[in-house]
Design a protein around this ligand. Structure first.
Ligand SMILES: Nc1ncnc2c1ncn2[C@@H]1O[C@H](COP(=O)(O)OP(=O)(O)OP(=O)(O)O)[C@@H](O)[C@H]1O
Ligand SMILES: [Mg+2]
Length: 259
């Protein structure tokens, strides 16, 4: 299921503003890639280009290529909706649909693409997705209750269940733990480690320990100043990035000297 992504010469714009400049990188399947860097350097912007969510903002566009298993996601004949089905996303704030039950939340994405899913298939998919998201045992007796009645950490796992129910190949997570307590954070980190057996995972985090704990590769983005574009400064195995990075700016950032 997991797919490889190759980004080449990517420039990312909001209208005339070049927000992120000239990114090239390889993202390996069945692994976790972390993106770190100071606020405003373009981590979220970059992440959203990996499933064509960037361009839903009026005036937003890219130059360059993002290829999944060799196929450019920005090719003329590629349907952005299909891309978003293959490349799922989990956001900073858990955002279950508040009026929907837990099970309907899990099925929300699936119902958009498969309106005729049978009751028993739906029930199986709900259980499978919730088990995969390490939430099943906690909610199996209240599947018909609203998703908004769960704790923050449970809601975030519900959002992960919703994202994986459509069976994507890639999962993007933008600071998925920043609104969570330390226990829920560790639960999500364990889940990420399990999910990487099946998915390609990219995670943006401000938490250096988290990047060190969950990721295999880390990319450091930085920005030279306000109004300047963000750039990928360095990317390497996470162990190398946190012990002996090549760039001084990386060293300064991970040791807490700025950002
Ligand atoms: N919708 C938008 N329209 C115009 N500019 C935007 C938009 N979203 C972000 N930007 C700009 O793009 C740049 C990168 O922002 P982005 O949100 O990607 O940074 P980030 O690294 O995710 O920061 P943070 O760590 O604070 O989340 C910033 O200068 C930001 O102001
Ligand atoms: Mg961000």
């Amino acid at each position: 299921m997991a797919q490889r992504i190759d980004v080449k010469d990517l420039n990312i714009f909001y209208s005339d503003f070049l927000a992120v400049e000239d990114v090239s990188m390889a993202i390996e399947p069945k692994s976790v890639t972390a993106f770190i860097g100071p606020s405003g350097c373009g981590k979220s912007t970059f992440l959203r280009t990996l499933n064509r969510m960037h361009e839903v903002i009026p005036g937003a566009r890219v130059e360059g290529t993002v290829a999944m298993e060799g196929v450019d996601l920005y090719g003329d004949d590629v349907d952005p909706v299909a891309v978003r089905r293959q490349v799922g996303m989990v956001f900073q704030r858990p955002n279950p649909f508040p009026t929907m039950s837990i099970e309907e939340n899990v099925l929300a994405g699936v119902r958009l693409v498969n309106k005729k899913i049978s009751k028993s298939d739906a029930a199986d998919l709900v259980e499978e997705s919730l088990r995969h998201a390490n939430l099943w045992e906690e909610v199996k007796d209240r599947l018909a209750k609203p998703g908004s009645g769960l704790s923050g950490g449970q809601q975030q796992r519900l959002c992960i269940a919703r994202a994986i129910a459509v069976r994507p190949q890639v999962l993007l997570m933008d600071e998925p733990c920043s609104a969570l307590d330390p226990i829920s954070t560790l639960a999500i980190e364990d889940l990420i480690t399990e999910l990487k057996q099946d998915y390609t995972i990219c995670i943006v985090t401000h938490n250096m320990q988290q990047a060190a704990r969950v990721s295999d590769r880390t990319g450091f983005f930085n920005i030279a100043g306000t109004g300047k574009p963000g750039k990928l400064i360095e990317m390497d195995d996470t162990g190398v990035m946190f012990s002996s990075p090549s760039e001084q700016a990386t060293e300064d950032y991970i040791s807490g000297r700025f950002g």
